[in-house]
Design a protein around this ligand. Structure first.
Ligand code: SER
Length: 339
């Protein structure tokens, strides 16, 4: 009786997600990853290849396939072409979309109107497609940029003041609410993480405020010096790419009932400032020197959290990070030295 009663209180959209139709269960996973040419996209594509098989993951980007992406299925396509998106999804019988294409924080400030259009419209196209074509799951990244100057800066909670100061952040906050709307209203199983700064060594970064923490490794090895566009004590939440790929796949693989936050999850691994990353690099490369020349990106960084409370992600679906600053630095320098 107890069970019967609680089942009756479940919202219709939850039934849709937790009880996929037999047809859905039988249909095998076929993924489209949009924005595969970006910093996260290339590595996430490879992570998905390992789970679902290369032939079941179609990478796409507005640019031609680069590097490792040439090895798998690839579609060159502009996400602003709604019809092409629908056609691609139908033709390939796609069941999941990872939509990573976006203008980042620093680039977005150079053309706010375009950043709004690209980031927002492309998300809406994907959500509309997910609803109309009954996709099983959608992944869309949010960011620490969704927070703003009056957000508590230390251990920023999951639910708190959100007053983004960049157009990129505004698109992330609005996008989070659209994701929740599509989940509540149509039962679209869309999942999201608020990434901190992501640091990888395989693909160059593209227009972010946290990108200094990527460039610094390349310059340290090549030139033994780096001029940083943020001040030495600018703390920001950061994550190594391996952890970001793991977090994304862990969230997407979690049973739907464990995904309780339908805007976007806080997610965290480490927090450091330019002076700290420089000191860590110096342990490996004693001749390395850093100078500081803060530019417009300083005020963007100053509007963001310094550290993130990701208790909800750890509790709901078991998030655990692996890399701190020391481990990440050792790993990156080792890999860059051998390429
Ligand atoms: N890393 C991004 C940026 O700096 C934030 O999500 O724009």
């Amino acid at each position: 009786m107890q069970n019967y009663k609680s089942a009756a209180t479940i919202h219709a959209s939850e039934i849709l997600i937790t009880s996929p139709s037999i047809q859905q269960l039988m249909k095998k996973t076929k993924i489209l990853l949009i924005g595969a040419g970006g910093q996260l996209g290339a590595e996430l594509t490879q992570g998905l290849w390992k789970i679902y098989g290369q032939q079941n993951v179609i990478a796409s980007d507005i640019k031609d396939a680069q590097g490792i992406l040439k090895e798998g299925p690839y579609e060159k396509f502009d996400v602003m072409q709604r019809d092409k998106l629908f056609e691609l999804l139908k033709r390939n019988e796609i069941t999941q979309v990872y939509h990573l294409a976006a203008l980042l924080s620093a680039t977005g400030e150079k053309d706010p109107r375009w950043a709004w259009k690209l980031n927002m419209e492309s998300l809406l196209f994907v959500l509309e497609a997910a609803h109309e074509l009954k996709l099983h799951k959608v992944y869309w990244p949010s960011s620490i940029a969704a927070f703003g100057p009056t957000t508590p800066k230390q251990n920023t909670p999951q639910d708190t003041i959100m007053d983004p100061a960049t157009v990129y952040g505004i698109t992330k906050l609005a996008g989070e609410l659209w994701c929740e709307y599509y989940f509540r209203r149509y039962g679209v199983d869309v999942r999201s993480l608020r990434y901190p700064g992501l640091i990888g060594w395989k693909t160059p970064p593209g227009g972010g405020t946290t990108d200094y923490a990527v460039d610094i490794y390349f310059k340290a090895l090549k030139e033994k010096k780096y001029e940083c566009f943020l001040s030495p004590d600018t703390y920001l939440p950061m994550m190594y790419m391996d952890d970001a790929v793991k977090a994304t796949i862990d969230l997407m693989e979690a049973p739907a009932e464990k995904v309780k936050v339908r805007t976007s999850y806080n997610i965290s691994a480490m927090s450091f400032c330019p002076a700290q990353i420089a000191a860590t690099i110096k342990k490996h490369l004693p001749d390395f020197t850093i100078t500081y020349q803060p530019d417009f990106r300083q005020s963007i960084a100053d509007s963001w959290p310094k550290s993130i409370d990701d208790t909800a992600a750890r509790k709901d679906w078991g998030w655990q990070h692996q890399f701190g600053l020391e481990e990440m630095t050792t790993d990156i320098l080792k890999n860059l030295n051998s390429v």
